[in-house]
Design a protein. Sequence first.
Length: 478
Amino acid sequence: MSINNNQEKLMTILARCKKDVPYFVEKMMGVKPTFQQKEILDMYLIHSRLVIVSGHGIGKSSALSWLIIHALLFTKEITVPCSAPTSAAIRDILFREVRKWVEKMPIYLKKQIEVTTKYIRWVDETGNPSANRTVLPKTAKVGQAQALAGMHSDVVLTLIDEASAVEPAIFEVLEGTLTGKNSRIILIGNPTVRAGYFYEASRDKTGLWKKLHFSSEDSPNVDMKWIREMEDKYGRESNIFKVRVLGEFPASGENTFMNAINLDSAYDREQEVHEGFQGKKLAGFDPARFGNDASALVIRSGFSIDYITQWRNKDLMESVGLIKQAYLEQAFEVIFIDVVGLGAGVYDRLKEIGIPCVAVNVSESTSSKEKYVRLRDELWDLGKIAFDEKRMSVNNKSISRKKFSELADELGVVRYDYQNGKLKIESKADLKKRGVQSPNLADAFLMTFANDLGISSVVQKAKAIPLHRGNGRGHILG
Ligand SMILES: Nc1ncnc2c1ncn2[C@@H]1O[C@H](COP(=O)(O)OP(=O)(O)O)[C@@H](O)[C@H]1O
Ligand SMILES: [Mg+2]
């Protein structure tokens, strides 16, 4: 009798799970969706087209992973094409979340979901997989996007994570999958780009799309400390705060030097683009001592950013110690130091202990005097070109998206001007005036482009030596 009772109870619970996704998540995975996630899960059953524009960390990818699991368990025939800017993003973020939550379910549900790196699918009680209940990762790589077109399932649930950064080509093909009466689509993302399919969907006035908007400030899933840091660093009015925290599309017409789209997309650029390219491993350092400023160290191998770190409240000798540690652990070939001000001491000491280093004086004029006011402006321009020409990528195995966005946001906030026809990048003093903290990571990163200008110092003496002009391009100590 009691077995039957239990059976019956379970059937009742499962019947409710089918209709009530937040209940399913809480009951079967033991996690309480935030009110924002609950809204996503509820709306999904009501609206066939959902566009969700949101700040960082509110639990977007987890909400999608819950929908995936729910869809596979409770829909008889369903295909779930899912996409994100790259296949790695799908595997490492979305599939990982699915795996994480599947593990938390009771065994009789867990064994119904099979997660591999290539697909996620439903398997029946006898362990047979079903070809009619699968999740297929789709990226806009040539050929793959086309494959989206030929899907014939009763129900198609298309999920797009980080939709702002997904290639336009994929959306063209997706339109074709939305014709069936049981087709659903969810676009979700951080609104980095004021253009494209995601942006247009979020501005839809025809009622085709149900729109949700979430600020990180309202999410119990987001650390308030991070929000305060972003506010202190960029100000509430900045585009960066708007996009990352408030989940609002950037205001147009801001006179920033670097292109936000090109900066952001570097993270998602597949690393194989650079396969076979053996770039030198270069480090850049921007020094600080005590107070608000941080010392920053960035390393790139060729055009791949490998390592990003910063520290506060260390004296210069402690900073030298940390650079030495990075030298031993990361094995960079040479480090470029900004020697205007504090950096000279760091440079002298590094030279003394035998770490290959180059002094860069960003306030000197450049080889291209007709184009740039100072070397600093030329370094910023070289950095911009590397992103604009889509050469820059990020080692996203070792650097999180959040970490990279610290660098990208600093690069993206700085404005520019022309002075007698020459490029002039906004000074730190001017940044400070409009409430933006010193872009230390950006400066450290740009230091490495001194290499591309052929700036290299010939180390001779370990004494502090006044800077003088070098080969006309560089700023050589020696
Ligand atoms: N309701 C929740 N309760 C506890 N942890 C959660 C919840 N939602 C998400 N998480 C966890 O918080 C982290 C960030 O969530 P994620 O979905 O990656 O955020 P987003 O995609 O919005 O940046 C992940 O580790 C995720 O598993
Ligand atoms: Mg996410």
